[in-house]
Every structure is written in C-alpha cells, then in structure tokens.
Design a protein around this ligand. Structure first.
Ligand code: MRU
Length: 333
C-alpha cells in the first residue's frame, strides 16, 4: 500500500518486521496523522492489538504471528497465551499463533521466525488473489457498499472487501463506494475513506443508518464486506452493523458478498452461535473524541461484532474462487 510519512512517499505493507521489532502504521491516528510506531516487547504488541493500532482479522493474525516469533527470540514464554487473549473474535489470530507455535516446537526460534514471515507473504498474496477473483463482480460504475475497513490496513496490503474494487479500478473500471462510517470507532469514515483517497477511487461516507435508505432507493448494486470468522455452515462474524445490512440486502434482492482468506475460516466452528463476540468498553459508545455525549446517568453497551447467517450471503470471495455455502461445507471434509 502507498502512503506518505513526514512528506516521504512509502510503498510498503501496513506493518513489517525489522530485526526484532515490528514497525506499523498506527491505525488509531489515521486519517489526521500517518505515524509509524516501532514495537519490540510483548506489552507493546498486546496493547497494539487491544487498542486497534493494528486491526482487521488478517492483519491481527499476521501481526500476532510475527510478535510471537519475536517473543520467542527474546525468551519470553508467556507470549502465546497473552497474545491469544488480546482480542477474541478474529480467528486469524489464534490460527496464526498456532502455526508459529508449532514451528517453534519443531524447529525453534529460526523456525518460528521463518513461519511468521511466510504468513506475512501468504496473507499479502491471498488478498491480491481475492482482488483478482472478486474484480469480475465490479462492473464499470458499479456502486458498492462496504462496512468497517476490510482494506490494505486490515490485511497488510490489498484488503479483502476492498481488493476487488482496487483491482477493478486499476483495470480501468470506475467503481463508486458507499463507505458506511462504522460507529463507534469509525473504521469506515477514518480508514476505508483514507485508503480510497490514496487510490483515487470515488466514494462517499454515509452514516451507518443510511444503508437501508440507499439500498431501497436503488443506489447500491452490491455489498461486499470482510469477515472476522467464517463457520463451516457459512455463518460469519464481522463488524457490528453487518447483519442489518445483510438482512436489508436480502429483502431488496441486492447481492451480498463476504471476502476473506483461508486464515479467517474456522473449521472447528459449526455455526455462528459458537463465535465469541468481543464486548468493548462502554466509553467508546457514550463518549465521542473523549467527550461525554450521553447523559452521565446512562450506561452504554458495546458489542464489537455481530453474526450474519449464511443464508443471506450470495457468495464468499476467497483466494480459491467465489464459493457458495455448499463449497464451504466441502472445505471441511
Ligand atoms: O474491530 P476491527 O476494526 O478489528 O474489526 C474489523 C472488521 O470487522 C473487518 O471487517 C474484518 O476484520 C475483516 S478485515 C479484512
């Protein structure tokens, strides 16, 4: 992905390993500031995941794998458990931690580092492939609605939901994106919009509750979202607000796609009821930019994800092609 820091133009993934550190673009400070953060200890790695300096399921997974490999090099033996508990919903985190732990158990520190770097490369190439596969859905002038940020920031590069749009645009088509702002942490209006500005792709930011209005007016040709965990039956978790969009798209006959790489698939999870849903602090809801917006007597409730039943999904855009629910079930056998 391309961005500039202090006037210097960079073309690099949203984070990378440099020696025994990880240098990442701090997603908490976008879009007003592009700041690279260097982290080298377990507390810093865990805090970066917990506070969303690094976020998005595939990015959390690859970051966790790299962090674990660095902790192994430094002889820190509590890293696996602490990283695993840092956020519960995106299965990529535990999938990638398990891969790196297995490599460490077999081949030590060097094996763990090698496996972490393979996960980084694999994530980038899977997302590029998702873009190539999904680009066939993006006809010229297609109006695509998305939710949260499933772009390069969330995946190291390319994105999942944004990758088909990026590739269609680079191929000369002219897509338009409805960016749902994504309360309460505004990953849509801060991060997806920022990525689309970097690419020069046309878009408008709308409040989350405008989705039904736009769909009913015929302003949305298709919806594409990412995922944090996809179950064997096709149910999936994604940012809170995804379920409502899926129901409305179904009601109005608008195609609804989910884009995700292999690491987001949870073979051990039969259906959406088994997905752990992260609940974040109520201050994210009752405050805005650190100022109270609800009465001091009001409590908030802040589920960060919801579960969408597979029956609302038109297709799953993966590095192996666009799959239907039957194809997903076959992946488990
Ligand atoms: O809380 P976040 O910002 O980590 O939530 C991210 C999402 O819900 C994304 O849509 C999902 O991880 C897919 S990222 C390719």
């Amino acid at each position: 992905m391309r961005f500039s820091v202090d006037g210097e133009y960079l073309d690099r993934p949203s984070f990378r390993v440099e020696g025994d550190s990880i240098v990442l673009l701090d997603q908490r400070r976008l879009p007003s500031e592009t700041v690279l953060l260097e982290l080298s200890d377990l507390d810093g790695f865990v805090e970066a995941i917990r506070t969303l300096a690094v976020r998005g399921a595939p990015a959390i997974g690859a970051f966790g794998g790299c962090a674990l490999s660095i902790c192994y090099s430094n002889g820190v033996d509590t890293a696996y458990e602490r990283l695993k508990c840092s956020r519960p919903t995106a299965v990529d985190l535990v999938n990638c931690l398990d891969e790196v732990k297995t490599a460490f158990d077999g081949d030590g520190v060097d094996g763990a580092r090698k496996r972490a770097m393979e996960i980084v490369e694999r994530t980038i190439s899977a997302c590029k492939r998702i873009g190539e596969v999904g680009a066939e859905l993006i006809f010229d002038k297609a109006r695509v609605m998305t939710h949260c940020n499933a772009g390069a920031l969330a995946t190291l590069d390319w994105g999942t939901a944004l990758a088909p749009i990026r590739i269609a645009y680079r191929d000369g088509r002219d897509p338009f994106v409805w960016v749902s702002e994504t309360r309460p942490l505004l990953q849509g209006s801060r991060l997806t919009a920022w990525e689309l500005v970097q690419e020069g792709i046309q878009h408008k930011v709308v409040v989350d509750s405008a989705s039904g209005y736009l769909m009913r007016k015929g302003e949305v040709d298709l919806v594409i979202v990412g995922a944090d965990r996809v179950c064997r039956n096709g149910d999936f978790a994604n940012k809170i607000g995804t379920y409502g969009k899926a129901v409305m798209a179904h009601e109005l006959g608008i195609p609804f796609y989910v884009a995700f790489p292999e690491t987001t698939f949870d073979r051990g999870c039969a259906c959406g009821d088994g997905i752990p849903i992260e609940e974040r602090g109520e201050e994210e809801v009752v405050e805005f930019a650190e100022s109270r917006i609800s009465p001091s007597g009001s409590r908030g409730f802040n589920p960060a994800f919801d579960v969408t039943p597979g029956e609302y999904v038109t297709g799953y855009i993966t590095e192996r092609g666009i799959l239907d629910r039957d194809d997903l079930m076959k992946k488990t056998t």
